[in-house]
Design a protein around this ligand. Structure first.
Ligand code: SF4
Length: 279
């Protein structure tokens, strides 16, 4: 069985940067208490590795009393910066610059008097962060029909969750342009996501089966799986190679393996080696 892995599969630049910043912090501040607000990345192995190095994961800033707090690549709600300062915590801000760009547009649109529509999944931590940078009315949605709830004379500014498919953002922009007299948009989808989605689709077209590796909480992995499934119904998402069912590969001549933006490249290699060793 031949295995195809897209060129850019796996960890993206923003997550790699966050992991590097956390490593550097561990190296420089080994005697201080270091916590990460939420798991640093959506990859249990990476998080576990940091836990062994003494980086504790907390779910609320209230749990941090001293030392250093790492803000992860998804970003955190704006009030947390002030709260950390008041508590005297040192902040290592690993928010991805692409997320920072969304935060800045959310703030700018709000200040200019636009109703801010953030196209994304409102439960995702990135959305909780980005919406906190607005200073006026806003909504987080991926449903064009939600725009009908707004008065049609609104000025509307649209930005996107960094990991959504471009088609979802485009559908919202078109619906907004039909309904409102003044619409400003900024496509804040990051290139890393676009590239991974395009390459995953391209790979899915060439293979008999796809395996998509990523954390259960990783939204960009779920999107890769959705895109692959639409093209190749035999697409399977896994977090770890032990979840592989080898009956998936019966009659498969070419297999595609890709991974979400939080999965380190050595993990992809390990999964491929595991498949080769067992097929
Ligand atoms: S997927 Fe894009 S926005 Fe998210 S961390 Fe990676 S580079 Fe940054």
């Amino acid at each position: 069985m031949k295995i195809i892995v897209p060129k850019n599969a796996g960890v993206c630049w923003g997550v790699e940067r966050a992991i590097d910043m956390a490593h550097q912090t561990v190296h420089e501040q080994s005697r201080h208490k270091i916590v990460s607000l939420g798991p640093l990345v959506h990859n249990p192995e990476v998080v576990e590795d940091f836990q062994h190095k003494g980086v504790e994961v907390i779910s609320d800033l209230k749990e941090a009393e001293e030392g250093t707090v790492v803000f992860r690549s998804h970003g955190v709600p704006l009030p947390y910066y002030e709260e950390a300062k008041v508590k005297g915590l040192e902040v290592v801000d690993a928010t991805c610059p692409f997320v920072k760009k969304s935060q800045n547009y959310a703030r700018r649109f709000s200040r200019q008097g636009y109703f801010v529509v953030i196209v994304g999944d409102e439960k995702h931590p990135e959305m909780k962060s980005v919406r906190s940078f607005t200073s006026g009315p806003h909504m987080v949605t991926m449903e064009p029909k939600d725009l009908e709830k707004l008065s049609s004379d609104q000025k509307v500014g649209l930005i996107a969750q960094t990991t959504i498919p471009l088609s979802v953002f485009q559908a919202m922009v078109e619906a907004a342009q039909k309904r409102f007299p003044e619409v400003k948009t900024h496509d804040t989808i990051c290139d890393a996501t676009k590239v991974r989605q395009e390459e995953a689709a391209e790979t899915a077209r060439q293979v008999d089966c796809m395996v998509i590796i990523g954390g259960k909480e990783s939204s960009n992995t779920k999107k890769l799986t959705k895109i692959c499934k639409e093209i190749q119904p035999k697409s399977h998402e896994i977090e770890h190679e032990r979840e592989i069912d080898f009956s998936w590969f019966e009659g498969v001549e070419v297999l595609g393996v890709t991974a979400g933006a939080s999965t380190p490249v050595p993990v992809i290699q390990r999964v491929c080696d595991y498949i080769i060793a067992h097929c």
